[in-house]
Design a protein around this ligand. Sequence first.
Ligand code: ADP
Ligand code: MG
Length: 850
Amino acid sequence: MPAPAALPIFEIRDAVVSCLHDPKVPNMLIKAPTGSGKSTQVPQFVLDAGILKDGQRCIVLQPRRIAARMLAQRVAKERGAKLGGEVGYQVRFDNVTSRDTRLIYVTEGVMLRLLMEDPELAKVGCIVIDEFHERHLDGDLVLAWAIALQRARRPDLKIIVMSATLTPGPLTEFMEPVELLESQGRTFPVQVRYQTPNRNARTNEIEPVWEQAARACEALAGELGSSGDILVFMPGAFEIRKTMMTLQGRSFAKGRRIVALHGELSPQDQDAAVTPGEQPKIIVSTNVAETSLTIEGVRAVVDAGLARIASYDPRRGINTLTIQKISRASAEQRAGRAGRLGPGIAVRLWAEREHIHRAESEAPEIQRLELGEALLALHVASDKAKLNIQWFERPAEAALGRAEGLLQDLGAIAQGKLTSIGMKMSAFPTHPRFARMLMAASENGCVREAALCAAMAQGRDILMVGKNNASHKNEDFWEPGDLTEFQALIRAFIRAEAMNFDPQACIPLNVHAMACREAARSYDQFLRLSQRAGLVINDEVASAESLAKTLLAAFSDHLGVETSSGSRIYRVAGGYSGNLAKDAHIKPPRLLVASEITEVQGKALTVQLNLVTKVEEEWLRELFPDDFNVGKRAQYDAVNRRVMNLEEVRFRSLVLSSREKGEPDHNTAATLLADEVIAGRLTLTLWNERVEQWITRVNCLAKWMPDLEIPPITEEDRRIIIEQVCHGATAYRQLKDKDVFPALHQWLSHAQRDLLESYAPERLNLKNGKSARIVYDEKQPPSVSVVLQQMYDVNENPKVASGRVTVTVHLLSPAQRPIQTTGDIGRFWKESYPAVRTQLRGRYPRHEWR
Ligand code: ADP
Ligand code: MG
């Protein structure tokens, strides 16, 4: 069956072929609507252009397994060849290729494996990245790798990026030299409608999404009659099953074929879904039908507006699939599926006013996912190929740092270099954490248990919160003496398995049957991976200790050290304080690892530790001998008000134990004591008003007479002076009554101190041979307070700073009460004094009143 030459992509075939032959333009960016023929035809253009050297292949990267398989099948059929011959595909657990295969459709995970095995891409002549707009992490990584390789030493490598929707600007720049090729294709207008869910009047419950979809289908079936297919988008297999069951019960659906389309179906069922038949169809599909697969004959689309999207789960430090609202761009693509044959209709199962609040498009995975697995792949490939990788969009430094830190803690890299453990880990197509776990399990003889733990750690919680005892969910499965909470989970899983994961039987046990069933599936996958990697799978039930050691290897970055015995409070990495979860049955051990860490809302740097496993320091030493260090650190002891010198045993940055040893270093002790003094927790008794005045005098003089070049004393300088005072002391009692002036005086040279005494003197000499203290202030003029009689014969205010600054005089009565403040005493005598005298003479008759 030859390709339908009428496909729009043939408009650009000549351009593609001439690019393929042009050594100056190694890259292409192809933009054409869904159904134009990108995925099935462009790889054939490559194949037929004769540019692949002997033994070289064209690899087409697909985001979805189902698309990889179906495209390969379609292309093989068009070429009249057997699948797995010239054209093949490879997805996880399914490899349909042979030595003759020259065109191979692969999924992203497989592509990473190929990259790690053959970092120079020696067997690849052309690499096609399809659906690039979805911006999967691996797609970004492969593009970055291929471009770097091409620039370094593979100028002959052809790179083609394809998408139905894409803003070419930054991408063409990144892929330079590149040819942008566009084909418009044919599309018809699609009328978009919005249908909001009903609410059950009695129960007030919202209509389930499958019933909403059935309602929309019913209306559409009436409009379309028997002339067109309806494509329904649902997020996953579960919702698809529910939708099909609902449709099958409705009379309007009689005479229509109802088919499912998603990655977990058998190949036969997948094929059946896209094969045209006699009857009109309702196809219920995941977002494989959004752009990856074109389904002929669709006139109307019903869109639930949801998809299973990978996102980062900070609780577990891994990426998981969660059901999320799709973006407006995705909704646009989905609606477009109805406009291939003629004008179409799209019904969105949400409100129009909600639509504008949806994201414009999905954020690239590289900006939001955990990068551990991708980074490990990159390390492996870089280790062999030594390439300078530039990202199309660089991930956030924090995310990169976190991933590097994790790989280091897992032992995959050391000093930025891949280790032999890391190399082995990379052979597992799973998150590096689980790879490490299975490897450790193999050594400890507990691969079976570890595979189950990995499955349960990765999936949903298999225990439900009981109605009455909300905080004790694993009570029934817990046994005294357990080392890890996973033991309870394993028991719960085994019970559920024995009951065939029957929900009715599981509910009374508070066990989530569906979650167990899902866990059983990933458990199998982990076992298969282990087998392929040559790990020994244990027949016997493993000991709790071997499982606990294994969990330690996988979660050593989540180590907690109890702050004090029985406190249930732990120090964890990153300066966090961790509380042992309330429902943890384990007797609080000194050391533990947590498989889940939840940030406590509203409390900075506080986390809750869930799914914990008791560990021994001895195991840590066995597993990570190089991660221990002994350090000395001075610390202020608030109880005894002194600085102690501690010798600490640390695991990475975490202090495991400490004891007092030796004398603290004097500089550090001074700094720590000064901190306490500045915070006001310790008082220097001799740091009094006179000291403050001395500082103010220095600062005033520095301001009044800059020519003297007296250095002012800032807040920061006070700190230095206080540290000076503290120097030599390690305890408050040595400090309490220490004289501060020696430290203070050091601030000025001898000559400067003399200048201070003459230009900003502490006291003012009065006519009668007595003296008065001058009060200095940085915000107002200096002042003296003097009994009026002592100022007789003085007609001018005293001055400081070589006559530049007038001293304000506060005149006092003989009983030291304030009478008047003046900056011009001559005027006071003339203007105010006569009245003052009259008034005061009566009150103080025995004093002199001139
Ligand atoms: P694109 O990648 O541009 O979306 P494809 O290359 O996937 O387009 O498909 C191009 C055309 O090939 C479709 O419009 C359809 O006519 C046909 N086609 C592709 N796959 C199949 C299939 N499995 N069965 C029938 N027709 C198919
Ligand atoms: Mg395609």
